[in-house]
Write a protein that binds this ligand. Sequence first.
Ligand SMILES: Nc1ncnc2c1ncn2[C@@H]1O[C@H](COP(=O)(O)OP(=O)(O)O)[C@@H](O)[C@H]1O
Ligand SMILES: [Mg+2]
Length: 259
Amino acid sequence: MPSAKLELRSIAMVFSSSAGAVDALTPVSFAIEEGSFVSVIGPSGCGKSTLFNIIAGLQAPSGGSVVIDDEDATGTIGRVGYMLQKDLLLPWRTVLDNVVLGMEIKGVSRQRAHATALPYLARYGLGGFEHRYPRELSGGMRQRAALLRTLLLDTDVILLDEPFGALDAQTRASMQEWLLQLWADFRKTVVFVTHDVDEAIYLSDEIVVMSARPGRVVDRIAVPLARPRPRLITNAREFIAIKERCLDHLAPPVAECAA
Ligand SMILES: Nc1ncnc2c1ncn2[C@@H]1O[C@H](COP(=O)(O)OP(=O)(O)O)[C@@H](O)[C@H]1O
Ligand SMILES: [Mg+2]
């Protein structure tokens, strides 16, 4: 069996607040194979963003460790690309200057970063918009720019926290195709958080299902559907069976529904 690209070993997180301790994650462990596309689903407030912050090294876990390429990466910033749930483009920078921001922060000169980024902008649907400002773009195009910024970092693991949550259904569907194309081209390992079970199944090789807070892994579901997947695969028997299994976990008693 190939060794894991990313491994979470017993990650726990307790926040202290004025009302006392908040148990956000009880030991969460799972491993992700290199090059795979894995989605994490779970009720709002179950600790998905917290888990991403920990993987990205932005928050120290209360317990456990993050292992990347068999090395302890707990608390290490810069090992993964991370698109935060509310990732925003800087309004005073052009699209091109936003896309190269991550590279610039890593010390690449702006000129070199521009030369690297321009062909990608043209290839991935932002050609002609390089020198526009974020306010001049549609929601889908802004997300393309934010995603390209994350993908052009020199990291082979990418964390995407609900990147399409605010988009209308049609834009969302075209962004899913776009992301799969990039995933195929860039060959990165992607960990993806979504609220949308159809989206998780359509995109992923595997789905990690988390429980309501304190978050823990309640199921791991393989998605053995051949790629490329037609849009109407959502009607296929295997797709529906996976969806039912996901929804079974996500439909708790009403009293537990509050986030
Ligand atoms: N800095 C913090 N201090 C206290 N509680 C927090 C903090 N960050 C997150 N939480 C709590 O931890 C839980 C998990 O939050 P989060 O990871 O944002 O969930 P999700 O992304 O799954 O919706 C929530 O109950 C949230 O209120
Ligand atoms: Mg979140």
